[in-house]
Design a protein around this ligand. Structure first.
Ligand SMILES: C[S@@+](CC[C@H](N)C(=O)[O-])C[C@H]1O[C@@H](n2cnc3c(N)ncnc32)[C@H](O)[C@@H]1O
Length: 221
């Protein structure tokens, strides 16, 4: 496997979860190895912090549940689900070995036993057919609009392959809602807005994300 590009400095960021989610008052924390510049799958995007907090706040729903995270990158939401007792498969683009390798390191660092799987959206490799998640997570996976159709194809397949499942995503509206709405109709998905990113975040986390707006949505077939 390829390793992280040498020119980019990596760091470990610590993310607290609990009543106050602060260093002094938390239930647990997750350490994430990331690089210090924004990078597609090697950086904790704000949507990931928001989705991870949503998972924590919905914690009673995650114990013993099967979860697949798509485009997981640094994987914070999936790791919170694993910490809460979910059976988690973290996936990212099978063509980006450096991202998958980093996911493995992060799981080891946090002593969490998640399966890591290369899964490229819109590609129909054999392991995809064995996935039957109850919850599909995806933080900031609506990023490049040229990938949206492939993402929706994979999400729709997983929702159909696992009746009763839902896709919970946070996204940063970079390209307008119209394309997303068009694709939802095309793929026959129903969507409901769950929360505005900042409405439920502890103050300490919201202030660290100021100016980066995201919304949490729930998709079903
Ligand atoms: C903006 S990053 C978000 C990463 C992470 N979920 C977060 O919020 O920190 C988008 C992620 O989608 C993954 N991705 C992009 N295109 C993909 C594709 N065609 N198939 C699978 N994963 C893809 C990238 O590797 C990257 O990890």
């Amino acid at each position: 496997m390829a390793s992280m590009p040498k020119a980019q400095m990596s760091t470990v960021s610590r993310h607290y979860f609990g009543v106050e989610s602060s260093e002094d008052n938390h239930s647990f924390y997750i350490d994430i190895i990331e690089i210090m510049q924004e990078d597609y799958g090697l950086y904790v995007w704000p949507c990931s912090v928001i989705l991870a907090e949503y998972v924590w706040q919905q914690r009673l729903r995650f114990s013993g549940v099967s979860v697949v995270e798509l485009g997981a990158g640094t994987s914070l939401p999936g790791l919170v689900a694993a910490k809460l007792g979910a059976n988690v498969i973290l996936t990212d683009n099978s063509h980006r070995t450096e991202v998958l390798e980093n996911m493995e390191k992060i799981c080891k660092l946090n002593k969490l036993d998640c399966r890591i799987l290369g899964l490229a959206w819109g590609e129909w490799d054999a392991p995809l057919f064995d996935l039957h998640p109850q919850v599909i997570l995806g933080a900031d996976v609506l990023y490049e609009n040229t990938d949206f159709d492939d993402l929706f194809a994979t999400v729709t397949f997983l929702l159909q392959n696992s009746p009763g499942s839902v896709f919970i995503t946070t996204y940063h509206n970079r390209s307008g809602h119209h394309l997303i709405e068009f694709l939802m109709a095309k793929w026959g998905l129903r969507c409901s807005k769950l929360v505005d990113g900042f409405s439920f975040m502890p103050q300490i986390k919201a202030s660290s994300l100021q100016g980066k707006h995201s919304t949490c949505r729930n998709y079903a077939k």
